[in-house]
Design a protein around this ligand. Structure first.
Ligand code: OGA
Ligand code: MN
Length: 303
């Protein structure tokens, strides 16, 4: 079985590469809590190669009680990836309320910190974060690691779910794995927004043409493959539009079955870091016209 092989590769990799901190995982080799590492130690000791190695195994890493300033978060992102993405989210349609374009505002708040009204364009644009996606896969180069820091979170709702697309890949029948290896898909943020009926101006659409990405990615360190899927996938090259969309839909349904999911229930000061090449994620419902939710994300370029 493919997934058995991947577990052996991962446990060997873990022994050799990650020794400076403990990771307690929720689901086998997916979603680990990093124990006893403070922001200060992380930054001062430059634990970035170890974190990258842990991400090669777990896909999602959770740091509890890691309150960060925006500049500390930028510093971590710069050192974790090779460069940071500056236009991943809402920046496509509106000005950023932070000092640096690389800080993506994942909130339901306006410039004054007030809750956005139900018809606000920024709010409606942000709703598509609740579709399964990967960050900045519609850009070239695409996003690699995302670093999401929780400032204010509502209690008991507004979780974020992560799907393990490596495990999902190895759980596919071999014939399907063979069929999709080497295929490429078109990713466009205009497409994922239009799924919910969001409208762009001609000029915005012109800026958001999208890019080609492989449907399966291979991790250069572990040699293991993952599905690279998202709500942004609008077609598969070499297939008719309906055939390509059906394939993508089937693969997303497969990869988001319960057995592949970790659901993160947020506390303020949680820092969650994930590898967009081996996961998909989505936000869940919360009562966003009544309760504040404020997180800040930085996404890196590939290493
Ligand atoms: C993101 C994202 C989902 C959420 O920040 O990239 O998709 O739950 N967030 O806020
Ligand atoms: Mn996202």
């Amino acid at each position: 079985m493919g997934s058995m092989k991947s577990e052996i590769v991962l446990s060997k990799f873990l022994e050799q590469r990650v020794s400076s901190f403990n990771v307690t995982s929720y689901r086998g080799f997916f979603a680990g809590v990093v124990e006893r590492v403070s922001a200060d130690q992380l930054i001062r000791n430059g634990l970035f190669p170890q974190i990258r190695a842990a991400l090669d195994v777990f896909g999602v890493l959770i740091f509890k009680e890691m309150s960060l300033t925006n500049s500390e978060q930028l510093f971590i992102a710069k050192n974790l990836g090779f460069g940071i993405h500056r236009k991943t989210g809402i920046s496509a349609i509106s000005a950023n309320r932070y000092e640096d374009e690389a800080l993506t505002d994942v909130s339901n708040l306006d410039d004054k910190g007030e809750i956005l009204s139900v018809r606000d364009r920024k709010r409606q644009y942000g709703l598509s974060n609740r579709l399964w996606h990967t960050d900045a896969s519609f850009r070239n180069p695409p996003g690699r690691y995302s670093i999401l820091s929780a400032k204010v979170v509502p209690e008991g709702e507004g979780e974020t779910e992560f799907a393990n697309t490596r495990e999902a890949y190895y759980a596919l029948p071999e014939s399907m794995r063979d069929k999709i290896l080497g295929l490429e898909a078109h990713h466009s943020i205009a497409y994922s927004r239009q799924i919910l009926g969001f409208e762009f101006s001609n000029e915005e659409e012109e800026n958001l043409k999208g890019v080609k990405q492989p449907l399966v990615r291979k991790n250069k360190k572990t040699g293991l493959c993952s599905l690279y899927l998202a709500s942004h996938c609008s077609s598969v090259f070499g297939m008719s539009i309906p055939d390509g969309r059906m394939l993508i839909r089937d693969l997303i349904e497969h990869a988001t079955q319960d057995e592949f999911i970790y659901r993160h229930e947020w506390c303020s000061d949680d820092l969650v870091v994930w590898d967009n090449f081996a996961t998909m994620h989505r936000g869940r419902y919360y009562n966003d016209t009544k309760k504040k939710r404020e997180l800040v994300r930085v996404t890196t370029l590939d290493i």
